[in-house]
Write a protein that binds this ligand. Structure first.
Ligand code: SF4
Ligand code: SF4
Length: 120
């Protein structure tokens, strides 16, 4: 009897559809400054997003669209009280700074996903 072929350790690349606003900026190249395109956070939550969203997959609950700036922002940085309504007023700025450090917001785009517009 033939033995079964070994299972592959890696999964084949898959395509996923994520919904983003048409007016959102285009995803920059890796290492360039984050421009709020929203691709990474709409695809799956980061470790902070897992904590906030209570799940490991799907769009992060903290991701929100900033109409004035025409870009996506991390709600844990811009308005943590929206995600954690119990947060006292005096703690909001500290949580925002803590979130900014955690997501390393100044480090540039480190997304491993490459977004491309869906065919129409
Ligand atoms: S880290 Fe990159 S993919 Fe994620 S929102 Fe910023 S620019 Fe877009
Ligand atoms: S950076 Fe903010 S919005 Fe993006 S996945 Fe992490 S917690 Fe969510």
């Amino acid at each position: 009897m033939r033995s079964k072929p070994p299972l592959k350790a890696t999964r084949p690349p898959t395509a996923r559809v994520i919904l983003l606003r048409q007016e959102a900026p285009a995803q920059p190249s890796p290492g360039e400054p984050c421009n709020g395109c929203g691709v990474c956070c709409a695809a799956e939550p980061c470790p902070l997003g897992i904590l906030v969203s209570g799940r490991r997959q799907g769009r992060c609950r903290a991701l929100h669209w900033d109409t004035a700036l025409s870009l996506y922002r991390c709600g844990m940085v811009s308005q943590p009280q929206r995600l954690w309504p119990w947060l006292p007023l005096w703690a909001r700025a500290s949580v925002s700074r803590w979130a900014r450090r955690w997501i390393s917001s100044a480090s540039g785009c480190d997304a491993t996903l490459v977004g491309s517009p869906a065919p129409r």
